[in-house]
Design a protein around this ligand. Structure first.
Ligand SMILES: NC(=O)c1ccc[n+]([C@@H]2O[C@H](COP(=O)([O-])OP(=O)(O)OC[C@H]3O[C@@H](n4cnc5c(N)ncnc54)[C@H](O)[C@@H]3O)[C@@H](O)[C@H]2O)c1
Length: 346
């Protein structure tokens, strides 16, 4: 079984190139969202604990693989020097059920979330979107910028975080040669003149990081931080003004911005699931005046896409450590005997 540690993944990304990986991932996501009906899926089971949530994200296709990811979200973790979101994941063969790869998924989650935002933004934002607002310059923020740069010519990035140190870090990581960087005093200032607004803050509460008054005709919003029960980022009045696209209604209704609506209202307001735009069944943006909202929560299909791509590239570049996390025995019924053999060997 292949083990992809953080070190192995960093090696893989430097071999393949981060931008190439993101581009390939957008392609993989298109392919997998395009065959939506061929996946066995379920809203993720979540365990809410004091200060956070722990989630398991399983999915299976009818061709090759079953995958799952374990992920958390503990917004106060940075106060004790730990990340808000960390993850690990596994990819197994469906024909035998054998695990093929176990992987780090903290970096893979940031990459797949950015690639999914890129896919949605490409289908929903105005073609001439050049100004990007980022609210919340934590872990996900630079990945989100890279994703947006894949699909739009970003000339200006306006950004705000309540933590000045997070903005300092963001400036260090984002090249100001290619675009103008505008550090803002508050979220209102960051949204001024923005074509695309990406909100990726973390608080386990219903907060109003984005206010209705600030949202102007033609804007596209990627709302990432409203992604579990009791955790949203947008003033609710924004929702009825938007063409709303979610990843997977059954999960998004529990976890996304739309969780605060009555079910019938949510069903009425949600225009599409992302796969419907990807497959061309429904149009994304139809004119320059529409306000579009990608109410993202993150789904298992995105983890499947990134695990599959990682597995294929790891095989190609021969990266990753091979470890026996399942027994390798001659007689498949003699597990006990193999144990005895191991014990008897000094
Ligand atoms: N939709 C998805 O697929 C997906 C995937 C990964 C993470 N997320 C979510 O995205 C969010 C960000 O994740 P992260 O890993 O970057 O977390 P992080 O803790 O590293 O960064 C969050 C940042 O938001 C800032 N912040 C908090 N409240 C704010 C406010 N009111 N205004 C401005 N800034 C504020 C914090 O200071 C912090 O710098 C989390 O809520 C996480 O659950 C969603």
């Amino acid at each position: 079984m292949k083990i992809i540690s953080v070190e192995s993944l960093v090696r893989l990304l430097s071999h393949h190139g981060v931008d190439n990986f993101m581009k390939d991932l957008v392609g993989s996501l298109k392919r997998d969202f395009g065959r939506w009906q061929s996946f066995t899926k379920m809203p993720r089971p979540a365990m809410h604990v004091s200060g956070g949530v722990l989630e398991l994200m399983p999915i299976c296709d009818n061709e090759l693989y079953y995958t799952f990811k374990y992920v958390n979200c503990h917004p106060r973790n940075p106060l004790i020097g730990k990340q808000t979101v960390v993850a690990t994941g596994q990819l197994s063969a469906i024909d035998t059920g054998y695990p093929l790869m176990f992987s780090e998924m903290t970096i893979l989650t940031a990459l797949r979330t950015a690639a999914t935002s890129a896919l949605a933004t490409d289908l929903m934002a105005r073609k001439k979107s050049h100004t990007l607002a980022i609210i919340g310059t934590g872990t996900q923020s630079e990945f989100q910028v890279r994703g947006m740069q894949l699909v739009r010519e970003i000339k200006e990035i306006r950004y705000f975080d309540i933590d000045a140190a997070a903005m300092d870090k963001f400036e260090k990581n984002i090249d100001d040669k290619d675009q103008k960087l505008v550090r803002c005093k508050n979220a209102l200032e960051a949204t001024k003149g923005a074509d695309i607004i990406t909100v990726c803050t973390a608080s386990k509460a219903h907060v109003e990081v984005l206010k209705n008054d600030w949202i102007k005709s033609g804007m596209h919003i990627n709302a990432l931080g409203g992604d579990t029960v009791g955790k949203t980022e947008l003033e609710q009045n924004i929702l009825p003004r938007c063409k709303i696209v979610v990843e997977y209604f059954d999960q998004s209704y529990m976890e996304g911005e739309i969780q605060r609506l009555e079910k019938t209202e949510a069903e009425k307001l949600v225009y599409a699931e992302l796969y419907e735009l990807v497959s061309g069944r429904k149009k994304g943006r139809e004119n320059d005046r529409q306000i579009t909202l990608f109410d993202s929560v993150g789904i298992a299909l995105e983890d499947y896409s990134v695990l599959r791509l990682t597995y294929e590239l790891a095989e190609k570049y021969k990266i990753g450590e091979e470890l026996n996390l399942t027994p390798v025995i001659k007689n498949p019924k003699d597990l006990f005997g193999s144990l005895m053999l191991e014990y008897s060997t000094p």
